[in-house]
Structures are given as structure tokens and as C-alpha cells.
Write a protein that binds this ligand. Sequence first.
Ligand code: UD1
Length: 417
Amino acid sequence: MSKLIIEGGKRLCGKIEVQGAKNSALPILAATLLTGDSSVIHNCPNLSDVNITLNILRYMGCEVKKDGATVYVDSKCADKYDIPDELMHAMRSSIIFLGPMISRFGRARLTFPGGCELGPRPIDLHIMALRLLGVEISEKHGVLECSVPDGLHGAKISLSFPSVGATENIILAACMAKGTTIITNAAREPEIVDLADCLNAFGARITGAGEGVVIIDGVERLSGTMHTIIPDRIAAASYMAAVAATGGRVLLDHVIPSHLGSIIPVFEESGCTVSQRGNAILLDAPTRLHAVSFLRTMPYPGFPTDAQPPIMAMLATARGTGIFVENIFESRYKHVCALERMGAKIHLEGKVAVVEGVPELYAAKVAAPDLRGGAALVVAGLRASGVTEITGVNFIERGYEDIELVLSELGASIKKI
Ligand code: UD1
């Protein structure tokens, strides 16, 4: 089992090239199944979740090659319409294959993804929407059996919550359905726009992605092409938090500043200077940050739930008290316990966390509770005095490419053993 060993207290300075977005890579790689053709996907991050996605494609019969950040997928020979339990359990997001499998094979069989480390993550919205598109779905002993007796057809689908995964699954299933699908209250995340851009390059006819109403006119067929994945806004926010926690300075290259529209003001309120230069952001942090009075997670364009843990760790040593409200996931405060062991003062009450800034954090042996909670502990470890040991590195590696190398380049004393 690997560990990250961090000797905190070093001011981080330098330049980072931000990795490709994990949350774009997963649906886009699943989309290659729709083409029955060769696709080339650039700027694919090297992450365990991406590798699981590639293994699912291989299991289905696709030819997959990886060359650095470029992935080649030929889905011509794909013929399996199930996902084995171990791959389904390795990554909850494998539910994103449901739409493409149904569209390509007219059927799909997979294990119900069930709960996960962020609390219960139901898929009722995915199922409701796919039924409206003509999919028959039954669930027995945790296995979902899906078939499309009369083919997929367009439908009007209104989501009660703008779920990212459900919006993606609908788009993926509806691309080659007969007729027009209209999604209202669709998720508006940049990763949805990236998926739609990729599918449109494959020949789909999708408009409105990134807005509340997405319209998909079904086409006969899609064909493979080339696509470049957008930069990862959550990785960018996490590295900004790491640098700001140490009073450092960083130039983040390969970012789309507008994707960080709700994140940059949080850094500014905490006393950092943030300037934008084309596709780069320069962040300059004071020695000690101010508390951010109120931070509430919301669907995009609101403040992202995925950035909440690292930003909370950053603000644990701010001057003053701030309030967090977590509106997206039930169990998204699992990092709090470990932060408290490191000296943070955080009071939890349901969705609300009150963070009373302390002057210092102290090193401890802690375990990453989940992906973004793990990033929070890295941020805390970089700020803390002494040597912090973080286990559960496998969670962190689901979302951050070579995190120890990226941070070492900035002057951190961090190694993986
Ligand atoms: C995606 C992201 C994840 C991010 C989340 C919210 C990927 C691979 N993952 O996850 O990093 O934290 O968006 O921005 O892109 N819900 C239902 N029923 C459903 C679907 C969702 O009740 O059928 C609820 C969930 O329990 C949760 C909320 O909706 O409370 C948001 O979930 P959703 O937007 O679907 O997140 P994911 O797509 O799972």
C-alpha cells in the first residue's frame, strides 16, 4: 500500500500545466463505443479511473492503445453488452456506459452501482430518462437488465435535479435515437459541453449543451474522429488551494479561466491576487489567508462540490471563521475528521461546516477517505508543520495525475513510498 510523505511548511512557487479533465475523459471514452470506428482522444489524463474505463472498452472488444496523453479506440469489433462486477465496482462512474451500450447493442447488463464513499448515489434519474427513450429496464438481485424492443426514440425529459451523469447518459443514448430529445433542467457543467462537442465532431446534432435545455436530433450513424479533452478545473482548483495554503505563487497553464468562474472569487475573498492571461492564471497568496464568510456548493455554474474539500483544508488556517454548506452529496465531509486530527477547528451539523481558522496545522498519520478528501489532506499536509503521512493514495490517484511530481516541481517536499 503506498503512502504520501509530506514535510510541510514549504512555500510553493512555480508553474503547473493542468491535466486533462477526468470528468470529461470518462464519458468521452464511453462515447467512442457509439461510432463503431476509430477515434483519437488527446489530453487524456493518466489516472486509475481512466485506466478502468479503457479496460471496460477492452473487455467489450474494442482495440485500445495509449501513447502518453493520447488514446486510440477502435470500437468496430465491440460485441459485449455487459460490464463485469469487478470493473463496475472499481468505479461508480462506469454507469456512464449504460447509454452507449444500449444505443450500440440494443441491450445492456450491469451491476447496480449502489452506494459509494460519498453516500448513497442513486441512478433513478438515469433509469427514468432511459425508459422515456424506449428502454425496458428490470432490476433483479442488483443486476440491471436493459433492452430496447422497439428501438430508441426521442423524448421530452425533465430532470428534477441537474444530474451530470444522467444528462450525459441521456445525450449518449439519444444521439442515434429516432427523432428529437429535449432535456430540460440539464446539467450545465463544462464537461457536458465537452462531451457534446466531441459527439458533434463524431456527427451528432446536439445544441444547447451548457445551458439548461439540451436538444438532441437523432442521426443515423456516428463516425470516429479526433477530440482534445478540456483542462481539469477541479485539479486546477486543488493545486491553487495547495499553493495558497502555503502563501505561495503559481502560474497555472492550460486552464480555461471561465470554467473557474465561481472558484476564483473564493481565492480573491481569501486575500489572494488572481490574474488571468489567456489560458493561464497567476495566483499570488498572502502569508495568511482570510476566512471566506460563506461557501455553498451548487450545480455549475455554482461552486463545485469537488473543490469543497481542498478549499476547506486551505481555509483551515485562515484568519477568521467561515461557513460551508454542502448541497450536492450527503457524505462529503469525511476529510473533516482527519483535518481535526491535524489541529483544524471544524464544527459539523448536517450539511453545514463551520471552519474556525487556526494559526497552524500539525502533521499526523491520516488516511484519504475519498478522492477529493484525499486532496484536502495533501493541502493540509503541505501547510502543516512536521511530516504528514497519508495512506489511501489509490483514492487520490483516481483524479490527480502524478500529484507528488507536480507538487515537487513547485518546491514541496513530498514523496510516494
Ligand atoms: C459527477 C462527477 C462528480 C461530481 C458530481 C457533481 C463524473 C464522473 N463525476 O458525478 O465528480 O462530484 O458530478 O458535480 O463526472 N442523483 C440522484 N439520482 C440520480 C443521479 C444523481 O438523486 O439518478 C443525485 C446524487 O445522489 C447527488 C446529485 O444528484 O446527490 C448529483 O449527482 P450527479 O450530478 O449525478 O453526479 P455524478 O454524475 O455521479
